[in-house]
Ligand binder design. Structure first.
Ligand SMILES: *[C@@H]1O[C@H](CO)[C@@H](O)[C@H](O)[C@H]1NC(C)=O
Ligand SMILES: *[C@@H]1O[C@H](CO)[C@@H](O)[C@H](O)[C@H]1NC(C)=O
Ligand SMILES: *[C@@H]1O[C@H](CO)[C@@H](O)[C@H](O)[C@H]1NC(C)=O
Ligand SMILES: *[C@@H]1O[C@H](CO)[C@@H](O)[C@H](O)[C@H]1NC(C)=O
Ligand SMILES: *[C@@H]1O[C@H](CO)[C@@H](O)[C@H](O)[C@H]1NC(C)=O
Ligand SMILES: *[C@@H]1O[C@H](CO)[C@@H](O)[C@H](O)[C@H]1NC(C)=O
Ligand SMILES: *[C@@H]1O[C@H](CO)[C@@H](O)[C@H](O)[C@H]1NC(C)=O
Ligand SMILES: *[C@@H]1O[C@H](CO)[C@@H](O)[C@H](O)[C@H]1NC(C)=O
Ligand SMILES: *[C@@H]1O[C@H](CO)[C@@H](O)[C@H](O)[C@H]1NC(C)=O
Ligand SMILES: *[C@@H]1O[C@H](CO)[C@@H](O)[C@H](O)[C@H]1NC(C)=O
Ligand SMILES: *[C@@H]1O[C@H](CO)[C@@H](O)[C@H](O)[C@H]1NC(C)=O
Length: 428
């Protein structure tokens, strides 16, 4: 802890406020300077810079390390350029974060950093990095009774109420949990984002690349994600989402859900386009996970009984290397580890319809092209798989199209029954 006086001195010394002569004397530029050691917290300096220059201005992070030891909520941005040349490193004080991380607004999820506003232009030039120091989290979570969604474990960043904005060239290293949640946001482009959540000492868990909630017109282009969980996941009320020209390594692939977790609540995911994706050692290419109609516990780890539908999804030009499970998977029987028991796996009222997979090529360790475990109450309808050719290691073609409660298949015929059982990751 430093004294209030030394904090004031540091704040004064750590900023340069420049008024750039661009013809608009109102546009301010703030260069954030850090204390240079993780013994002192740069969060107050960062917040101060955004207060000064976060509207009609520019905030610049220099090519050096900044240390973030406390939560930051920056919700007031407007017409701002944020240039990140350096690295922001989050502190390793797990007890602090568990106690102080902020509510995301869905699933009782928490976050270390909230960014919101209109017309925000973040550029990190493929060098600027958010380093969550996740190695500490990955080792710690392994020692807990349940490793899924530990209360208070924070997302690296949450974009909340962010509109008409572009985030480009940003790198994420070892996020504390999910790399980012995007909620109540519209018209956001996330371009050329690199995520590496591979742990150095323990395997990472629950480190999704990105999750969208109550958001629309979100574009993910040119992403590279190394992780062990959902590469990108689209949750409740995500509409008009594009995922293009990206590479996913080791994770679970692109997920819809989990969804249907809130009893009697109506949620949809609609108008999703996935195009030109390379998968390397992921479990699936594309999968859907919904809860059953039976409510067991509360979010984040329990729930069920939700209503709604997934519709109008086109997933095409997929290139796989060593898929580990069914390329296209549906499970309507979501259950997380450490959560209460599951109900009836075929009674979900959440419906999956109008999904098309086309041009799926590459190699797989699984004989299943599809494993579709749908609800008997609201069967999956209008499911299309056009060109698909996956080769097994021995050179033969994967030929299994397993289905349960799928009506009106187009481009393929079901060859057998999908397994029925609870799962957090598709399949059983
Ligand atoms: C500061 O960095 C050192 C060395 O990386 C690390 O051991 C320590 O836990 C860090 N402290 C905080 C508060 O992040
Ligand atoms: C976390 O909160 C609890 C309860 O308020 C408190 O007893 C504990 O000291 C706090 N720990 C830290 C590291 O802030
Ligand atoms: C958070 O958890 C509490 C208690 O487990 C539950 O009652 C509540 O519905 C949950 N809230 C959200 C937003 O998931
Ligand atoms: C894609 O993103 C990477 C950074 O992850 C960058 O180096 C590369 O130039 C980008 N490619 C295009 C075509 O923008
Ligand atoms: C990702 O991080 C792991 C662990 O540090 C490292 O071994 C690997 O080389 C990194 N991958 C890339 C592409 O940077
Ligand atoms: C999703 O949107 C519908 C309206 O389309 C609304 O009734 C529902 O409450 C929303 N659900 C959530 C979880 O925001
Ligand atoms: C498919 O992936 C393999 C291995 O990553 C790569 O060699 C090949 O060029 C990719 N094909 C396309 C069309 O991207
Ligand atoms: C997971 O463990 C934590 C810590 O013991 C506990 O607070 C939480 O309720 C557990 N969640 C579930 C679903 O068991
Ligand atoms: C599960 O629910 C479905 C649909 O209501 C019903 O047909 C089936 O008999 C139930 N299965 C069990 C084991 O209760
Ligand atoms: C079936 O799904 C496809 C692709 O999602 C869509 O283009 C088509 O309109 C759907 N057909 C019906 C009858 O809804
Ligand atoms: C190739 O491997 C699959 C899956 O293990 C097996 O079912 C099939 O018989 C094998 N084909 C040949 C020609 O060995």
């Amino acid at each position: 802890m430093r004294s209030p006086i030394s904090t004031l001195v540091a704040l004064g010394a750590c900023f340069l406020f420049l008024t750039i002569a661009t013809g608009d004397p109102q546009r301010k530029t703030c260069v954030v300077q850090g204390g240079g050691t993780n013994a002192t917290d740069d969060a107050p300096h960062i917040l101060h810079a955004f207060r000064k220059c976060g509207q009609h201005g520019t905030v610049i992070f220099e090519p050096k390390d900044y240390y973030v030891n406390s939560v930051m909520k920056i919700s007031w941005l407007k017409d701002v350029d944020i240039d990140i040349h350096g690295r922001l490193v989050w502190s390793t004080d797990i007890m602090y974060w568990l106690n102080n991380s902020m509510d995301v607004g869905y699933q009782n999820q928490s976050t270390a950093f909230i960014i919101g506003g209109d017309n925000v232009r973040i550029n990190a030039f493929d060098v600027g990095t958010f380093d969550g120091n996740g190695d500490y989290w990955y080792q710690w979570i392994r020692e807990q009774p349940n490793t899924s969604n530990y209360p208070g474990r924070p997302h690296a960043v949450t974009f909340s109420h962010l509109t008409n904005s572009v985030i480009r060239g940003l790198r994420f290293l070892r996020s504390q949990m999910w790399t980012m949640s995007i909620i109540y946001s519209e018209n956001v482009i996330l371009d050329s984002i690199f995520v590496n959540n591979t742990g150095n000492f323990a395997q990472s868990s629950n480190t999704d690349g990105a999750d969208t909630i109550r958001s629309s017109h979100i574009t993910f282009n040119n992403w590279t994600v190394y992780n062990g969980d959902d590469s990108i996941a689209l949750k409740a009320n995500s509409t008009d989402i594009k995922i293009t020209n990206s590479r996913f390594f080791n994770g679970l692939g692109i997920a819809i859900g989990s969804i249907g977790q809130y009893k009697d609540q109506f949620e949809t995911v609609e108008r999703v386009t996935v195009d030109n994706i390379n998968y390397d050692n992921t479990l699936h290419a594309f999968y859907v996970k919904t809860w059953t109609a039976d409510q067991n516990g509360y979010p984040p780890n329990g729930g069920g009984g939700g209503l709604g539908y997934l519709s109008d999804v086109k997933v095409q030009n997929l290139n796989t290397t060593g898929l580990r499970g069914a390329a296209f998977s549906i499970s309507q029987c979501t259950r997380f580890s450490g959560a209460p028991g599951v109900g009836n796996c075929t009674n979900s009222e959440f419906q999956i319809k109008n999904v098309e997979i086309d041009r799926l090529f590459g190699t797989s360790e699984s004989t299943q092209v599809t494993g579709l475990q749908c609800s008997a109450v609201a069967p999956c309808t209008n499911i299309t798989v056009l060109e698909a050719n996956l080769r097994l290691t021995n050179g033969t073609q994967a030929k299994q199209y397993l289905c349960g409660n799928v009506v009106n298949t187009i481009g393929f015929e079901c060859t057998g029954a999908a397994c029925v059982g609870s799962s957090a990751t598709g399949g059983c």
